[in-house]
Design a protein around this ligand. Structure first.
Ligand SMILES: NC(=O)C1=CN([C@@H]2O[C@H](COP(=O)(O)OP(=O)(O)OC[C@H]3O[C@@H](n4cnc5c(N)ncnc54)[C@H](OP(=O)(O)O)[C@@H]3O)[C@@H](O)[C@H]2O)[C@@H](O)CC1
Ligand SMILES: Nc1ncnc2c1ncn2[C@@H]1O[C@H](COP(=O)(O)OP(=O)(O)O)[C@@H](O)[C@H]1O
Ligand SMILES: [K+]
Length: 530
């Protein structure tokens, strides 16, 4: 699991480490700057060579790289806080490698915080610092043709939109290697949202100690480019010291997926998936297949009488039961049915609303997706029946239908940090619904009423654009239902289901369609050594 921090949590960790006497702020800044330089050279190994030398035109003599115009060139843009301090370290270390380095400061050197000021002064022993002037910076970015532009203007301390003179530069930087120190300036690191309208689009972002929420949420991944993490020696943290609602990215399968060799199929639960009418059963069949593949002992599809023939022709290992106007009571008389899924291809009529009410009333663990979410949004009485063993799996449109006021907060322009985030939205929704809410997207957020929260980030090297395909959400609903049948708690089922869903997509790769996802689970499970 990778813990994702808020800016405030990061500051608290830094301050605790400094207060404990194990490290100084200056040492942390030095490690941060050195980490940025190391990450630049790792990302672009060709930069370790001088320009002409890399063409083979000039001999590699000692000191050769120290001649100004023979070396690489960097434009370093520093801001008024400690992010700027990191920038001065980067400038110094690149200069020490023989680079030609130009530095511009937004703000007043006399007002820099102490460590940033110390590094400013050290840099001043090696080179100049130009005052911030958009036209001259952009002109220099053209004429100097830097190998790297370093954005050390704002990091986790950004609290409001970029000042116009900074925005003018940051949105007009030439294409090339744009390296953001900790964060692309303009991005709120608690929400991944751009404060105001302008932010840097980096090609490489180098952050310290732990990723921040803003690196994975919303626009963060698109603004950061490649994300690299540098250990600055802060060590593991005592999570109890911080926000009790730890936010993590689920990266491992859980031991609970393992099947006891002595167990019977009924030990793995029995999932019931309800389907819509004739010609509308594909979605529920996808869910049912996923529930079975994820390891539920038995899966039954319940469908209206007129859809029985169609489903019977399409199902083998999945059992079939008629569920019509007589309601769910007869099917649910079988107490071994311990998890339900309603919504995929379900329909929006009065009968379906009644089935949702019966399912909720049964107290069984329950996934409500797609049409069932629309029914919930239409009927406050149904919504009030939600309980702790329910999982709602809305995409953005369904989330808006269910929680229009929360979406409105999310849609409001972000003008101050920390901006209202998808994590805040999912937490607020879960608290109101009294159940687990899984808010879909490349940055899927899973929240419980307790405030517990996970982000299943399908971004950076875990990106799975092929998941944006019809029916993939139905498969996710089925996977979570299967895990509920296997006795996972609602929150764990949602987290593990979301994680497996992305892993199955990654394993299959390009060309993926929804049908492929359940069929890929065995490979994912083998990879987990189940
Ligand atoms: N934590 C750690 O362990 C480590 C942290 N490190 C580094 O420190 C960085 C965080 O430093 P930081 O807290 O000084 O914040 P930073 O981003 O430099 O900005 C603050 C300054 O900007 C100003 N300001 C803000 N918004 C503004 C706006 N829109 N327009 C104008 N001004 C604005 C704000 O002014 P104020 O709001 O106070 O008026 C203040 O002056 C972090 O990202 C990382 O790079 C590393 O050295 C290693 C260890
Ligand atoms: N670009 C993307 N990257 C990662 N995951 C995605 C992307 N687009 C969609 N998904 C995931 O695919 C699923 C789509 O669900 P949904 O919108 O309900 O589709 P459908 O209704 O067609 O089944 C969700 O789990 C969502 O998180
Ligand atoms: K920055």
């Amino acid at each position: 699991m990778t813990e994702l921090l808020t800016a405030a949590q990061m500051r608290a960790i830094e301050q605790a480490a400094i207060a404990s006497g194990t490290v100084t702020g200056l040492a942390l800044m030095e490690r941060a700057g050195a980490g940025v330089v190391k990450a630049i050279l790792a990302e672009w190994p060709e930069l370790a060579e001088g320009r002409q030398a890399s063409t083979g035109a000039l001999p590699r003599t000692p000191g050769y790289f120290r001649t100004e115009n023979a070396g690489r060139r960097a434009l370093v843009l520093c801001g008024p806080g400690n992010n700027g301090g990191d920038g001065f370290v980067v400038a110094r270390l690149l200069r020490a490698r023989g680079w030609e380095v130009r530095v511009h400061l937004y703000g007043d050197a006399a007002k820099l915080p102490p460590n940033a000021r110390a590094n400013h002064d050290r840099w001043r022993g090696m080179g100049d610092v130009s005052r911030w002037a958009a036209a001259s910076i952009l002109g220099q970015a053209e004429t100097m043709a830097p190998d790297v532009i370093v954005d050390a203007v704002f990091g986790t301390g950004l609290t409001r939109p970029l000042p116009p003179e900074v925005a003018a530069v940051m949105t007009a930087l030439p294409a090339g290697r744009r390296v953001a120190v900790d964060a692309p300036s303009g991005l709120c690191m608690d929400s991944g949202r751009v404060l105001g309208a302008a932010a840097v689009c980096a090609t490489l972002t180098v952050t310290f100690h732990a990723p921040k929420l803003g690196h994975v949420l919303a626009e963060g991944p698109f603004r950061c480019g490649v994300l690299r993490l540098v250990d600055i020696g802060l060590g593991p943290q005592d999570r109890a010291d911080r926000n009790a609602h730890a936010i993590v990215r689920l990266e491992e399968g859980t031991g609970q997926l393992f099947k006891d060799p002595h167990a019977h199929k009924f030990d793995h639960g029995h999932a019931l998936i309800l389907s819509g009418g004739p010609g509308r059963g594909g979605a529920a069949r996808l869910s049912a297949r996923a529930a079975l593949r994820v390891g539920a002992g038995l899966v039954t599809l319940g469908c209206p009488p007129d859809a029985m023939a169609e489903n019977a022709a399409r199902l083998d290992a999945i059992m079939l039961r008629q569920v019509g106007g007589e309601g769910l009571a007869q099917v649910l008389a079988d107490r071994r049915i311990n998890a339900l899924c309603l919504g995929p291809g379900f329909g929006l009529g009065a009968l379906q609303a009644r089935h949702v009410a019966e399912a909720l009333d049964s107290g069984r663990a329950l996934v409500l997706d797609a049409d069932a979410l629309t029914l919930l949004a239409r009927d406050a009485g149904l919504f009030a029946m939600l309980h702790a063993d329910c999982v709602l799996t809305p995409h953005a449109g369904e989330f808006t239908r269910l929680f229009p006021d929360i979406t409105a907060r999310l849609a409001k322009p972000a003008l101050g940090g920390p901006a209202f985030s998808k994590v805040d939205a999912a937490r607020a929704a879960a608290a109101r619904a009294g159940c687990v809410v899984l808010f879909k997207g490349p940055d899927t957020v899973i929240a419980a009423p307790s405030g517990a929260c996970r982000i299943n980030a399908a971004v950076y090297d875990r990106a799975v654009p092929w998941l944006a395909t019809a029916g993939s959400g139905d498969v996710l609903a089925g996977m979570i239902t299967g895990l509920l049948a296997r006795d996972f708690g609602a929150f764990e089922a949602a987290c593990t289901g979301a994680w497996l869903h992305v892993e199955a997509a990654r394993s299959f790769g390009p060309g993926l369609i929804a049908e492929d996802l359940p069929e890929e689970l065995p490979k994912v499970f083998r990879g987990l050594r189940l």
